[in-house]
Design a protein around this ligand. Structure first.
Ligand code: GTP
Length: 210
């Protein structure tokens, strides 16, 4: 049984934010708080420990009160660089990654991923959520940046990234993993809506979801 207190939550705030005009996304205002702090607080309620992965404005992130780690691979290598950085620093058996730009993510994310990993005996559990399929309908798609993973996968991720691997799905496919759909009655359809632009961030800010 995975105890959620044995999970360290990692807020991924290390991106370039190019679709937001190159600003540091995690420091943009969301409902009166920096977006990454809002995310950190939502994650902190669900797990035993938290930390932040950021590559700019480190002092501003440190003011949140959690450890802050910049990427151990140079040149904005993508979210997997954040995974690698977190795994190197994590002191619990499990780590849960959450991007800083999806502020309404489920309040039961950690519990549901942990239960599914337990049940499947998996080393990795990722969320999936309904998304616009581009043809007027919706399709449930994996959201690989919402990833619960065993910390002893570090060695595997070091090898994968040293060989030039950058795609989360290509790495998780090498391990026993389970995908957990968040499309049940009562699940918020906006929960996995991420803000890539400032306009998207403002529209999320006004949504009724707490
Ligand atoms: N550590 C780290 N995280 C990254 C990197 N690139 C993206 N991320 C994170 O991965 C998540 C998804 O990022 P994207 O939306 O694809 O990238 P972004 O940099 O935030 O925004 P764009 O530049 O507009 O694509 C976010 O939480 C980012 O902070 C990176 O190079 N290093």
């Amino acid at each position: 049984m995975i105890d959620t207190q044995d999970i360290t939550g990692l807020v991924l705030a290390g991106g370039r934010g190019s679709r937001m005009g190159g600003v540091d996304k995690g420091l943009q205002n969301f409902r009166g708080l920096p977006l990454a702090l809002h995310t950190l607080m939502r994650l902190q309620m669900q797990v035993g420990h938290v930390m932040v992965n950021a590559n700019r404005n480190l002092a501003a992130y440190e003011a949140f009160g959690a450890p802050v780690w910049p990427d151990v691979i140079a040149d904005y290598a993508g979210p997997l660089a954040g995974f690698l950085t977190g795994l190197e620093r994590c002191e619990t058996p499990w780590m849960l990654t959450v991007p800083c730009d999806t502020p309404l993510f489920p309040l039961d994310l950690a519990a549901r991923l942990a239960a599914a990993a337990d049940q499947a005996g998996a080393d990795i559990a990722m969320a999936a959520a309904p998304e616009d399929d581009g043809a007027g309908g919706t399709a449930v798609r994996t959201q690989p940046v919402f990833c619960l993973l065993r910390v002893d996968l570090l060695e595997s991720l070091v090898a994968f990234t040293q060989a030039g691997g950058r795609k989360i799905d290509a790495w998780t496919a090498q391990h026993q993993h389970v995908v957990v759909p968040f499309d049940q009655p009562g699940d918020d359809p906006l929960a996995f809506f991420n803000a890539n632009t400032l306009a998207e961030l403002h529209s999320l800010e006004g949504s009724g979801t707490p």
